[in-house]
Design a protein around this ligand. Structure first.
Ligand SMILES: [Zn+2]
Length: 588
């Protein structure tokens, strides 16, 4: 995005009413020439926040924040500078001038503006069609059956696409748009024979999907007829719409999220609308089952914590666990335990009020994601046999190891010892040496190929591989010897084997001379470097990881022997037993 001329930024500041902007976040009272109120940036009982309407500046004597109206929007609403300027310019009707812009970029920006305008018009048309058209009766009935009021539908601009083939196409052309533009906006498709175009959304309920500033980016459309496939159609990925970067309802949830510091994450369009209708105004939808890193990043600009209220079935649980990998440090993820088979819209429309209060209670008592993860692992584990409990312990200590030291963590460890019928000391020792990272969800990855990151969660062997290599980077003096002892056969991932070979020659400075072209090696080594900076290492932990990788290597050999039909060689068996004993010894 190009920068605006300083003159036009000044005009935006001049035109903005800083008292009005800040009043959306805290109550301001006039006091002489200034306004004062409780600081929206820190917790306080008596007001130390002051706004000067003539200088157009704010300042807090409590926590020291301060700046102009643009800074306020940046800080409080989480918009980057250019977007903050644009938002204010739009709100106060200031025409922005840009610094000399690359003509190509300028052309693209203008084109995007036209497409957004077209989407906005089309959304308006769909909304009126839903409200008034006799053909939209089924759509109105369906939405009503979901308990959604006309006001709530209107607030979200929900609409209905007519069943005809070219209503939107013709309307767009009449409004002065070329067929190419209407196609680029994702509203029409080229017909199979290559001649002509037809409307993408037909006989569907359409939900306009907006960005944080409320501009329509695309549509989600739900089938209206029972035999209509697929059930949901979205705008195509393109210049404006990107599913993984979008949160449905963000434009309406944003102020509440900023105020409360919380975001409620649900799955579907109607869930969001039902929540807002019920006064839960920090709800957004991820429009799928898995939250993406981009969505987490977007949320962390507004809230400190996100409560996931997603489907309680297996896939939903796996999806929430994957979120752990993308949660990052800025956004705390919590999980609301939802009654199985019910979504928030069902619960809130329950009529009796009891299911609505159950939903609110589930949100209030949401568990931290790692706690939820440990509970899920324990629930799924086979606790009847020592081997099953061993496996469960393996998995849970990895999750607990990644948690910060806290009462929650202590309590969880006690609970784990209790449920596994194990000595609390064993759980503590195992946690102390476990590689941080968290056990992976066990189900196969669901279809979400569009998102390149995050990487699949690592299994326990892969975690040991990466953990040991990272410790080699952190403690090069000890690491050198381990890198010599390790062979390709110790690694289950080729990238790990390649990283070991690289580290043998580049342990001093692993990133030095590493080419970005070799993406696999580059990202693996970069990850090692990060882990080395953040995670603890010790000679004992390295030795333990090495023994475990050695045992995994022998397991591979035993498995290979068995595949070839023969019994595994006695020597291998003996060696494995010896390793198991050494591992047990070094853990106690
Ligand atoms: Zn303050």
């Amino acid at each position: 995005m190009s920068l605006f001329t300083s003159g036009s930024v000044e005009r935006v500041k001049e035109a903005s009413d800083i008292v009005e902007v800040i009043s959306a976040h805290t109550d301001l009272k006039r006091s002489g020439t200034r306004y004062t109120g409780l600081c929206p940036f820190h917790d306080e009982r008596s007001p130390s926040f002051s706004v000067d309407p003539t200088e157009k500046l704010y300042h807090c004597f409590g926590c020291g924040v301060g700046g102009d109206v643009i800074k306020f929007i940046e800080e409080k609403e989480g918009l980057p500078f250019p977007e903050a300027v644009e938002a204010l310019a739009e709100r106060y009707g200031v025409e922005l001038e840009r610094e000399a812009e690359d003509p190509k970029a300028e052309e693209m920006r203008k084109q995007r503006g036209r497409l957004t305008e077209l989407l906005e018009r089309t959304a308006g048309f769909y909304a009126i069609f839903l409200r008034d058209a006799p053909q939209a009766k089924k759509a109105r009935e369906y939405l009503e059956s979901r308990g959604l009021s006309a006001e709530a539908l209107n607030e979200f601009g929900v609409g209905c696409a007519p069943g005809s083939w070219e209503t939107v196409l013709v309307r767009g052309q009449r409004a002065g748009y070329s067929v190419e533009e209407i196609e680029a906006a994702g509203l029409v498709l080229k017909s199979q024979k290559g001649k002509g175009h037809y409307d993408r959304f037909r006989s569907r309920i359409v939900f306009p999907i907006r960005d944080a500033r409320g501009r329509v980016q695309g549509f989600g459309a739900r089938a209206l007829l029972p035999d209509q496939k697929p059930k949901y159609v979205n705008s195509p990925e393109g210049a404006l719409y990107s599913k993984r970067r979008t949160l449905y309802g963000i434009e309406r949830a944003r102020p509440e999220m900023v105020k409360s510091g919380r975001a409620l994450v649900v799955e579907g369009y109607t869930d969001v609308i039902a929540c807002h209708q019920a006064g839960i105004r920090d709800a957004v939808a991820i429009m799928g089952t898995a939250i993406t890193p981009d969505q987490v990043k977007l949320l962390s600009g507004y809230a400190e914590e996100a409560v996931l209220a997603l489907d309680a079935d297996r896939a939903g649980r796996e999806a929430m666990l994957r979120a752990q990998a993308v949660g990052g440090r800025k956004l705390q993820l919590r999980v609301a335990r939802m009654p199985e088979g019910k979504d928030p819209a069902d619960l809130l429309a329950g009529g009796d009020g009891a299911s609505a209060s159950a939903f609110r209670a589930a949100i209030e008592s949401a568990e931290d994601l790692p706690v939820f993860h440990v509970h899920t692992l324990l629930d799924d584990a086979d606790l009847a046999t020592p081997a099953g409990r061993d496996r469960a312990l393996d998995e849970v200590v990895a999750v607990i190891a990644a948690m910060p030291d806290s009462i929650t963590r202590e309590e969880l460890m006690r609970e784990v010892a209790d449920r596994l019928d194990a000595d609390p000391g064993l759980v503590a020792r195992r946690t102390a040496v476990a590689p941080k990272g968290g056990a992976p969800p066990r189900a196969p990855e669901p279809a979400e190929p569009a998102a390149p990151a995050p990487q699949r969660a690592l299994n326990s062997r892969e975690r040991r591989e990466v953990g040991l290599l990272a410790m080699c980077v952190k403690l090069p003096a000890e690491g050198e010897a381990f890198l010599e002892k390790l062979t390709d056969a110790h690694f289950s991932r080729p990238a790990a084997a390649r990283a070991r070979a690289w580290l043998r020659d580049h342990l001093e400075d692993p990133m030095q001379g590493l080419s970005r072209e070799d993406e696999e090696l580059f990202s693996y080594v970069a990850d090692l470097k990060l882990r080395a900076d953040e995670e603890p290492a010790s000679g004992e932990a390295m030795e333990l990881s090495f023994l475990e990788l050695e045992r995994a290597r022998i397991d591979d050999e035993i498995a290979a022997a068995e595949t070839n039909g023969g019994p595994p060689p006695v020597e291998l068996q003996r060696r494995r037993a010896e390793l198991t004993e050494r591992i047990a010894r070094s853990q106690s």
